[in-house]
Design a protein around this ligand. Structure first.
Ligand code: NAP
Length: 247
């Protein structure tokens, strides 16, 4: 129970990697505040599963791209639990398509959720964590942010941007006991990747040295490591969790 007494806010905790992160942090003893965009039932299920592990948990609807909603989420977390030790910026979307034909809306939606949302949440907790002189921020980037991917110019831009923001925030907060790191998952089996065509999945699989797709729990364990005291001297880093795909 290395995170006992800590309070974690996890965005996009209703499904996939975010849910696995909530459960892993709860297993290690952290109280959980999770947010979601529309999946009310799934979000409440995650919260209940966390409570079953012996911690306090609450799920709230919050569009991370909306600064008013983000501030309300953090205010509610503070009112309920009195501190925010860990922020996991996990909420993310894709709107894939070739750049040549990509609609403005598809570009803007991905940037708004993945990049602006990560910024808004980091900004909202930074004062809290600075006052506490303690904090752990973990941002979900992607191997696509490191290497690019045809058909994902919007997503690649958002995830590369997350890495730039991670390093900038790490420098801003380093003297205050707050670390800021990113994880860059490869191909993880969730709803986000379920829609991929079989041929594309097979091609991706052949590029993974470990020869298997990742599980949400693979990413959750890396996030939990960066959230713990063991990672106290690690900041501004990008940890690839990808079975060797990006080496
Ligand atoms: P997912 O299964 O599609 O789940 C996305 C989560 O984000 C859901 O909880 C969703 O809430 C939430 N969300 C979406 N838009 C939101 C918004 N505007 N405000 C608040 N919450 C919002 O995705 P995933 O595969 O677990 O991915 C999680 C993160 O890892 C993302 O940042 C993704 O880019 C990154 N990642 C994933 C992979 C992969 O292979 N799966 C690889 C690299 C990086 P609702 O359920 O309410 O819609």
């Amino acid at each position: 129970m290395s995170l006992k007494g800590k309070v974690a806010v996890v965005t996009g905790g209703s499904r996939g990697i975010g849910r696995a992160v909530c459960l892993e942090l709860a297993r290690q003893g952290a109280d959980i505040v999770l947010c979601y965009a529309g999946s009310e039932d799934a979000a409440q299920e995650t919260a209940q599963a966390c409570e079953a592990l012996g911690v306090r948990a609450m799920a709230r609807v919050c569009n991370v791209a909306d600064s008013v909603q983000v501030k309300a989420l953090m205010d509610e977390a503070m009112a309920a639990f009195g501190r925010i030790d860990i922020l996991v910026n996990n909420a993310g979307i894709t709107r894939d398509g070739l750049a040549m034909t990509m609609k403005d809306e598809a570009f803007d939606a991905v940037i708004d959720t993945n990049l602006r949302g990560t910024f808004l949440c980091m900004r909202a907790v930074s004062r809290i964590m600075m006052r506490q002189k303690y904090g752990r921020i973990i941002n979900l980037s992607s191997v696509v942010g490191l290497h690019g991917n045809a058909g994902q110019v919007n997503y690649a831009a958002s995830k590369a941007g997350v890495i730039g923001m991670t390093k900038s925030m790490a420098k801003e907060l380093a003297t205050r006991g707050v670390t800021v790191n990113a994880v860059a998952p490869g191909f993880i089996e969730t709803d986000m990747t379920a829609a991929m065509a079989d041929a594309a999945k097979a091609a991706t699989l052949s590029a993974i040295p470990m020869g298997r797709l990742g599980a949400a729990e693979d990413v959750a364990r890396a996030v939990a490591f960066l959230a713990g005291d063991e990672a106290a001297y690690i900041t501004g880093q990008v940890l690839a969790v990808d079975g060797g795909m990006s080496m």
